[in-house]
Design a protein around this ligand. Structure first.
Ligand SMILES: [Mg+2]
Ligand SMILES: [Zn+2]
Length: 187
């Protein structure tokens, strides 16, 4: 049957969007994003981070820099009793035409296979349409956040007639909506 997951984008979703974050010192949590992850953990969701990191392919920072940033995320979450069940990233330059860069669904499918996920019972959350498109294609529900690039992508969504299942101010509110939505599904 598979397990229910929430796929999270990183920049502009968990942490402040700073354009090619390569230094762990420049990492800043968005308000309550860490608590949102804990709420998902406590409610039994599998939480997966999927992020495009073309800054590696562009030569702006290295795999080691990314490892440090992800270690920081993991340890900050551990401090409040929260965790991620998986972290997947695409390191490629967009011109490389790789299979893993969002909006391609490859990393979502890889996570689903490795962690035995039920995509039709899962959610995808991010501040860009490219975060949501792969989720939508795979049958996940989608939530667009207004943090990060969210305002610009809300406009894009309207222009392209892309309809997220929900639009939320931030990750915490998105998680709140999921919990209410899941309650109503059970009625
Ligand atoms: Mg983002
Ligand atoms: Zn890639």
């Amino acid at each position: 049957m598979g397990r229910k997951a929430v796929f999270l984008d990183r920049d502009g979703t968990l942490n402040e969007e700073v354009n090619y974050l390569g230094k762990v010192e420049d990492f800043t949590w968005l308000p309550r994003a860490d608590l949102a992850v804990r709420r998902l953990n406590d409610a039994g969701w599998i939480v997966i981070l999927i992020t495009n990191q073309s800054g590696i392919g562009r030569g702006y920072y290295t795999e080691q820099d990314i490892a440090e940033i992800h270690q920081r995320i993991v340890s900050d979450l551990a401090h409040i009793g929260a965790h991620l069940d998986g972290i997947y990233y695409c390191p490629h330059h967009p011109d490389e035409g790789c299979a893993c860069r969002k909006p391609q669904p490859y990393l979502f499918q890889k996570a689903a296979q490795e962690l035995d996920l039920d995509l039709s019972a899962s959610y995808t959350i991010g501040d860009k349409l490219s975060d949501l498109e792969p989720g939508q294609r795979l049958g996940c529900r989608t939530i667009l956040l207004l943090t990060g690039h969210g305002q610009a992508h809300l406009k894009l969504a309207r222009e392209q007639d892309f309809r997220p299942d929900h639009i939320a101010e931030d990750l915490y509110q998105a998680v709140e909506w999921i919990s209410q939505h899941e309650d109503s599904l059970r009625l």
